[in-house]
Structures are given as structure tokens and as C-alpha cells.
Write a protein that binds this ligand. Sequence first.
Ligand SMILES: *Cc1c(COP(=O)(O)O)cnc(C)c1O
Length: 403
Amino acid sequence: MYKINDNYLKLPGSYLFSTIAKKVSAYTEANPDKKIIRLGIGDVTLPLAPAVIEAMHSAVDEMADAATFRGYAPDLGYEFLRSTIVKNDYEARGVNIAIDEVFISDGAKSDSGNIGDIFAKENRIAVCDPVYPVYVDTNAMAGRTGEYDKDKECWSQVIYMPCTAENNFVPAIPEETPDLIYICCPNNPTGTAMKKEELQTWVDFALTKGAVIIYDAAYEAYISEEDVPHTIYECEGAKKCAIEMRSFSKNAGFTGTRLGFTVIPKELVCDGVSLNSLWARRHGTKFNGAPYIIQRAGEAVYSEEGKKQTKEQIAYYMNNAKIIRDGLTEAGYTVFGGVNAPYIWLKTPDRMTSWEFFDYLLEERNIVGTPGSGFGPSGEGYFRLTAFGSLENTKDAMERIRK
Ligand SMILES: *Cc1c(COP(=O)(O)O)cnc(C)c1O
């Protein structure tokens, strides 16, 4: 008789977005005349940039001709894309990364979920609270998180690092020693970012304790402040302790197109075994390469036109972020984030819980956001709005809030 992986049974239900959807549809059914503005989505809305579309079209044409047709892509990615990434994301920032330290994938969600494959089950993980749920749930599936406590909304074996206004959303070094440390910077959901010296503290800690940092830099393109690092490898010693994940989803609108990459420096060695070679083996065995057409599209993001056009898209979203920040501040709210990331994290007023504020915003202002408590216990009393809506809707939403 076969057995299932019963770690899956320990996972708490993911009620956040289904509860939101239910509440919104119940409200619209009862109030069909009301126009709802959705500022809850974590998905881009602008179409792909013309330079990207052009590259895709010509790659499609290549696929139509026997002379230029491509079958399986190289498991680890086409060299044209890997070298473009090395040059633009690393060399241009004074960071030396080799082409075979870059692994092309179908996105940062898969990579951040799959990376656990190369680590032993016994490793202790540390995550920020609130957190992007993928890091915790995938470790739970692997049996690395102990038991789930429903009341505390915590796993017994996970080290949680609260990130709140009190510590300026920079996690403190935990008392217990973790083996794998997940850091997302700029952060989803709080929209805040660590400064280089703050991240350096984490790199130093990881080096001292023999831990690995799994660094999710999906929002790198939104950084506007000088002292926020664009890659963890700007920190001294990071190549000996950090894996970096990137995505084309938020910087170039590839959420539906799918493309990302992971960097594992060869200096990252555990007991004489290089993590780079383990990941090459894992990726080459379980992944059959990102599509040629999409990798050409990704290459076009780095062309002169592509850079210009995607910068404009990011500026569009970040203008929304500013409108939200300013609008809320004027209305008397305490707001965080929205400067180096497309997320605004606000303190709920009058000691409302995150869900009470959700109901208030939906019913009184017809705006949908995301309750902070849905991302972890330390998110209670906070609320997330995103800058991915249209300019018009964003402005309208702030008008409604000011009233
Ligand atoms: C959106 C997002 C990603 C990107 O995931 P893809 O699979 O590349 O679309 C990764 N990490 C975080 C924290 C995100 O919010």
C-alpha cells in the first residue's frame, strides 16, 4: 500500500486570497451599482514592452523555419541570455559572476520553492514575518518545518524574524542559529528594503555560522535609493554564503510569460561540495530548459530599447506608489514601503485588525487590498496596497480615501 507525502496534510489552508474573493463577490452581489477598485493584486497590468514583443515575434519566425528551428533548450539556459545577465546585472555593478554561475528558469517562485532539494531535511530555516508564503510552505512539504500551531500560526521548527515598524522592517539576528536564511529585498509584502550595511550584517552572520542566505531579489528593478544593494553580491563575502534569485516578472511584466534565474557562485561550498554543481545536477535532471522564444524575449529586456521601455513601466507603477503614499499620508495614515518596491504597507488606524480594516475599506470606500495578517502573525495591524493598478484607478482610490 502506497503512502502519500503526509507533510502536505500539515499545511494550513491558504485562505487569504479565497477569503478576499468571497468577501468581494458577496459585497458586489449586494451592491451591484458600486464600482470596486482592486489594489490587492500582486500582478503587473501593463502589456509587454515593444522591444520584448519584437524579439518574441522574430523568435517565433525562427521556429517556423527548419534552418533556425530550436528543440530542447540547454537545461541551464542559452548562453546568449546568461552572458547578457552577467554583463548587465553583475559586471555593470562591479560584481564578477561567471556565466556558469547563472541558471535560467521559468521564474523565481519555482526556484525559491525548488532550491530546498539540494539541502538536507535537518536544516533549520529562518524567515521574515510577514513573509512570501512560498518559502515556508515548500519547506513544510519537505518535512523541514516541524508541526503547525494553528493558534500561533507558526511552525515549531521555523525561526521567525518579526519585521515591524518597531525595527524598521529590518529583521534582528535571531537567538537560535538557522542554517538557511530567506531574505526578500526589496520586500514583498512590506515594500521596504534593507540598506547595504544592514544586509552586510546578515552576510557576516551567515559566514560566521556557516549558514546560507537565499536571497530573493524579484523587485530589484524598483530600487530608487542609493544605499540599497541591487544584488547581495555587493556585500563582502556574499559569494561564499548567498544564493540569489531574480525574475523577469516584475521588472518586465513576464508574470504570464515566465522567466527567471538563480545565481549560485562556485565559491559556495559545503564540506568540499559545491552547491553550484548540486543545483546544476538538480536543474539538469528535473528541468528541461526555459523556452527559446521566452529567453530571446528576456534578452531583449537588456537591449537599449528594452531597458528604456521597461524603465518607463516601472516609473509608471512607482508613480502610482507615490500617489498612494502621499494620499494615505495626507489622510493621516502611517505608511511604509513604496519607495524601493511597488507595495505600500500601512498601519491600520484606531487599532483595527487587518481584517476589520479590509471590511471597512471594501464597504465604506469600495477598495480592495490585502490584510497584513495573511502574510504572518507580525503582519497583524498592517495592510498592503499595490501600485500595479492603473493610474486612473489609483487616483480614484486616493480620492475616496481622502473623503
Ligand atoms: C512576484 C514574486 C516573485 C516572482 O515570481 P515568478 O515566479 O518569477 O513570477 C518572486 N518572489 C516574490 C517575493 C514575489 O513577490
